[in-house]
Each structure stands twice: as C-alpha cells, then as structure tokens.
Design a protein around this ligand. Sequence first.
Ligand code: ADP
Length: 868
Amino acid sequence: MADASAPTPMMAQYLSLKREAGDCLLFYRMGDFFELFFDDAKRASAVLDIALTSRGEHDGAPVPMCGVPVHSAESYLARLIRAGCRVAIAEQVESPEEAKKRGGSKALVRRDIVRFVTAGTLTEEALLEPRRANLLVAACELRGTCGIAACDISTGRMELEECDPGSLDATLARFAASEVVAPEGWDAAPPDAISRPARDFASDEGEARLKSVHGVATLDGFGDFSRPMLAAAGGLIAYLDHVGRGSLPLLLPPEMRGSDSVLAMDQATRASLEIIEAQGGGRQGSLLAEVDRCVTGAGARQLAEDLATPLANRAAIGRRHDLVHFFHADPLLRADLREVLRGLPDIGRALGRVVAGRGSPRDLGQLRDGLAEARRIGDYLQPRGDKPDLLSELLPRLGGHGALTDLLSRALVAAPPTERGSGGFIAEGYDAALDELRAVSGNARRAIAAMEARYRDDTGIAALKIKHNGVLGYFIEVPARHADKLMTPESGFTHRQTMANAVRFNSLQLHEEAGRIAEAGAHALAAEDAHFEELVGEVVNAREKIAATAAALARLDVAAGQAERAAEGGWCRPEILDDPCLEIEGGRHPVVEAALARAGERFVANDCRLASEDRLWLIGGPNMGGKSTFLRQNALIVLLGQAGGFVPAASARIGLVDRLFSRVGASDNLARGRSTFMVEMVETAAILAQASERSFVILDEVGRGTSTYDGLALAWAVAEAIHEVNRCRCLFATHYHELSRLADSCPSLSLHHVRAKEWKGELVLLHELAEGAADRSYGLAVARLAGVPREVVARAKAVLEKLEKGRAETGGLAAGLGELPLFAAAAEAEEEQCDALRDRLHGLDVDALSPREALDLLYELKREAGEA
Ligand code: ADP
C-alpha cells in the first residue's frame, strides 16, 4: 500500500507550482479544464459561484477542488480579476505522448506557469473595459524622493515622474491604478501594493532595462529621468517580466511628467468632486460621465486621463482650447469627423495584444482598417485653413503607414477570424504557393464528390455516401442492408466500422484523395502561420508610429467630443490668465443641471467673482439652498478649463490654479462610518499646510462634524488662516451665521448667501446667490420643508426663542468673537484665561470670606470671565 502521507506525483507537481504562484490562484491545466485545489478552490468557487468538489486525499484529508473549462476560461478569469484575485496559469507544456516517450507509460505531463493574469497586466479585449485605461504603477523611494512609473500595457503608454513622500498618496490617486507594486519592506508603501523584491527597484537596473527594451544606448532622447524615476521603472519592468514569464508586453518610450505641469489634487478632493467616479462608486453621476461625448474607447480613456490630470501650464491648456474651438466653430466638420471616428477599431489596444504575442488575425485586420481610416481623416483635415497648432502637430501622425496598410490589405481577408489556429485569414492572391495548396485540397474535395457519384453508379447503392468525421477522417457509408455487397475482397472496399444501421468502408482512391487534403491543409496552415508571424513582425517594427497615430486619433476624438458637449450645453471657452482671479458668469454644475433637466427642472446659473482683493467668499443661507452646488460648480469649471475643455458658463476667466482642494464637512459623510471628524480635520490640515496663493479651495460646512461651539470655533479659525496665511482663492460655505462677523476683521473676505424666501408660511429656495450675509437661519423652515411634523417644528420654534432670549442676555455664543485676537493667539489666550480663573478659585478659602468680600469677588470673577 502506498504511504498515505506521501503526495502523489501529480500533487507534488501541483504543490511545487503553487509555491511558485505564491498568493496567486493557480489554474492547473488538466485536459480540457483548469483545476483549482485547496484554498484556491474554496476562494474561486465562492467568487465564481461554481461547485466545490474534492479529489483524492492529501495529509489524510480530502482535497477541495473546482474547475473551469479551458474554452470559456476568459470569462471566469475576468470575474476573478474583478474580485481582486491574481491568477497563475499552469499549462501542459508537453503532450501525453511526449511524456510517455520521456518517462514511460506512467509519466506525468510536464506543466509550467506560462503567465500570471493580474488586474494591471491585461491585454485581452474581453477582460478590459473599452472606455477605461488600465494602469499598472510601480512606486519606490530613493534618498527621500519617490519615483513613480505608470504604464497601461494594453496600449504600451508609460510615464515616469517623481514626487515628495508627502504627496505620494495624491500622486498615486491621480492614476487610480488597477495594480500597484512597491519594494518589499518599504514602510511608506501604499497599503494595497504588491510587494516585490527590493533589488528590482535599483536605478541602474531600471536604466539598463529601459535601454534594452528600446534598443538604445542612452535614454537622453526620451527625457532627463531622475534616479528615483529609473528605480521605479526598473521595478515596473521587472514585475512585467515576472508576470509575462520573460516575455515583455508593448512598452513605448517613457514620457516624463513634471509635477509642476499638472493641477495637483489629492484623493479627498478627487472623491469629493466625483471626477471619474461618483461617491457611491461607478461612472454614473460623475463629471466624466456628464462630459464624455467621445465616440471611441481610446478617446474616452484620454478624456478620463485629462480630467484626472488637468494641466497647470497656460500655453498647453490654450493649445487644447484652440483645438476644441476649431471643432466647435464648425459643426459640419465635427459631425463628419465623429462619424468616421465612430467606426474606428481600437488600434492602440490591438497593437498592445499583437506586441504582447497575444494578437489574432482580427487584431491585424483592425490595425489595417484603423490605420487606413486614420489616413483618410488626415487627408480630410489637411486642406482646412486656420488650423490650430495642435491640429497641425497631430496631422502628420495620422499618416505614414502606407506600406504597412498596403501589406496588411493584400495579405488579409476582409474579416479575419479571432482564431489563428484554423487558418483562413490570408487572402487569395497574396501567396501563390498557398493558393496552390488550397487548390489542391479544393480539387481533392471535388474529386471526392465525383467519387461518391461514381461509387453509387458502380455499386447500384443510391444511399451510398462519402462522409467525414474527426475520428475516421473520410469514409464511405452504406445502409446496413447493402453492406454485404461491399464486404467481398474483390469489391475494392475495406471494412472500417459497423454501426447499428450503417456500415463504413474505405477505398484506396478515397484514402489517397483524403491524404492529399490533409497534407495540403497542414502545409497551408503552416504557410498561414508563417505569414502571420511576418505580419506581426512588421507591426512590431512600426509600433511607436502606430501608437502615435492611436494617440492622435484619441486626442481628436476628445477635442471633437468636448466641442460637441459645449455646443449641446451652451458652454464657453474659458480664458486662462496669470493673475489669481476667478470670474465666472452664469456658471452651472453640469451633473446637477443634467439631473434637474431629467426631472424637468431648471438650473439657476450663478456668478462667481474672486480676485486677490476679494478672494474669500463666505456663503451662508439655508440648507438645501444650493451652497454645495455653487462651490463645486466653480471647482469643476476650473478643472474642466485646465483640462483643456470648454466650461458650463456664459463666460469664464480663470487665473491659473496650481492646486485644487475640495472638502466637505464630516456629517455629510456619516454613512461611511469612519471617524469622520478626524478625517475632516486631517483633510483640513492638509489644505492649511499646502494651499498657496495660486490655489483654489472650496470648503463646505467644515467644522460640522463636532459640537456647535467647537465647530464654530474651528470654522472661524480655519477661515481666518486661509485669509491671512494661505491667501488662496476660497469659497467657504457655512451654516454658522456667526461667522459673518469675520468680515469686520478680514478685508479680502466678503459675505454672500443663497437666497430663500418664505411665502405663505412655506420656504421657497431660489438657488440664487446674492451679496451680503444671510439675514437669518432657516433651519426650522427647512425642517418643515422636509416634512417634520408641524407640532415638532412649532415646539422647536418655542425652544429657539427661549435660547435666543437667553443668548441676548448673557452675551451668548458669538458675542465678542469679532474682537477675538487673530486665530493663532486666540486659542492660547482663551486657555490662559481659563487657567488663571481656575487657579484663583483653587487658591480661595471660601470660609474665610466675609459676605461682602464674596460678593465683590464674584463680580470681579464675572468681569474677567466675560472678557474671555
Ligand atoms: P446646500 O449645500 O445649500 O445644502 P445643495 O447645493 O446641496 O444645497 O443643493 C440642494 C439641492 O438644490 C440640489 O440637490 C439641487 O437639486 C438643488 N439646487 C442646488 N443648486 C441649484 C441651482 N443653482 N439651480 C437649481 N437647483 C439647484
């Protein structure tokens, strides 16, 4: 009996592969299935909702198992990846016959991990979202500077940059990567990063790898990359090398992005502005969804990148605006262009698959069609007068593929198949020898048809047929009752198989013709395969030019789409200036406006007018009055404008913004269940630390996450600090109307409110911004509007009256706030005052006081406390 504890040879092989796979699920190929075992099986069966069975025993316990069919593995992979798994694919790397030859009849087929499938390293069309980039990011730190390498291997684009460790989170947030890798043992590594050996992140190694990938002796032609950037590039390429088992995907020359050339936004700002995703997750309700009128997946990906990475360089922004304006001014041209773009295949991703060695004949067909169309677009736009600079720069990238498209057109059939293995994709007339082989099998097929007719005549069996199946190949079949005639040796037929109702035969002639077909077929397949490799080679050689064409098409699609969106919504071209102003006339919030329009309601446009001498607007007014909407619409207008698009306003003058911050008071986020006030304060601290005179900040009800007094005090101090220290442009919404007293001490702060009026006892919100402080608080009216019962509102009114009366008598909540020393000293002074009072009370011998002394002392203490 076998030792129960010794693993079977198969299990031993499995376990060794599993060790190599690490924390990836191991897909272990067995015949037509990929099988998963142990915990992998449990996890996969739960994610995929497939049956968990077991197979044999290991260490005395049954081995959990589940499996997916190889032919539909892609859809299962997609679900696993979406659920956050990574998968290692172990294929059989020899046939059972080879195994037998090598190790006898019981030999185990050799298996190897041929590929790792991970979220950041996908190229398959079925696993990727067409309108969304798929980024892999490597990050590391070298002597106090972080290096970042980001790459979308579905299109090969690669970007290198560096940042301070302090802004690593914000920089990573911009990429919204599917997968992040970082060196093992780096304590600042992002929490969900995959650890890779630290030696992969050596800068000289990175430099060497980049040089070898691009076949260059120096990287100077690509950019002046810093050591941290090269280290990150090294980590990235080493990881790609690892998951591809030594074969690298498409990598284009790295681009360098200086952090001062983009509008900085941290993760909290991105989330709160709902740029790419809405708060609940998903694209719906996001700015991107509302702006996106791109007709190609590549355009949509470029737009998402533009919105995630608005520019901070006037000239570059202006070039994009010029291009949008060009298409905006000519609706016919725009419509024509979009019509052609709409039918365009995604050549960037087709290229990615081809270069990664996972391309199909269909991908080559897509490249042929896409490149030909790109050239037509170029020819169409070329003769236009007054071309903006950006267009003149893009046009040459659309053409120049004549030789390649000619070759692909001649070589490929009109609609090449997705399967490479069964041939049939090389066009007739491309290769005479291949045509010859095809003629041979065509002739043989015709000969077999003629043979069938002849055999029927010769034997007199009208039901005789020549058939084909996968097991027997070609054979002659007659109904059983006629079989005897053919059984004799002199009939010329040899018996092959007897079925219930029919008997099958072979003949010498049939055998010969069938042999011809098989041989010609095999040769034809080999010829097509060789042509495929040649064509792939040509595409690989032209990869950089093809990628440039794909990028140019995407840029055209984005610009035409922005123009379309602007025309649809009456948006305007913003003017970008250097002085720190923000003058928006008739501004609107694109997402809220669209939602209202769907409900048949109208959005009320509002103006914003910030300038260095009036840079902080304090905005009061009732809840639901439109404060948040106003704040965000102005932030979004800045973002859209600096991303190079038109903006939802009648006119817009935007002083270039270096950093954009958006914060919402904690109570709006309560549902998230974090320590929300803490989060609110951490985020506020970041603004106070980072906002410069060129920044734009929106603060929505900051201080709301704590008690009234704390909250008011904090809001007060934050507003003051922004006014005095940061000196940035800021819109500050608050329901504390005590804050309006800030206007007395802050000359560059002004008061505004969203208008509301009571009409026949009901509150009417006008969503209109007006100057001056809100005349009163509308909390009770809003409660009424929200359906709080009349009796409760009436009772609240009575309580409020009492409170307000009490407040008037004692000096109350905000009395004296206006005379507070400036923010920095304020808290300290208050603290000191309290301590002094406490000390005096402490040192007091009450019993020793005369009634008269006690009374005097009380008056004195009260006077002191009143000043606090
Ligand atoms: P607040 O921040 O003052 O509580 P919001 O900005 O959240 O108010 O606005 C509340 C609702 O009022 C929005 O969901 C929207 O339906 C409506 N609203 C806001 N601004 C406008 C506007 N300018 N025009 C029309 N409706 C608006």
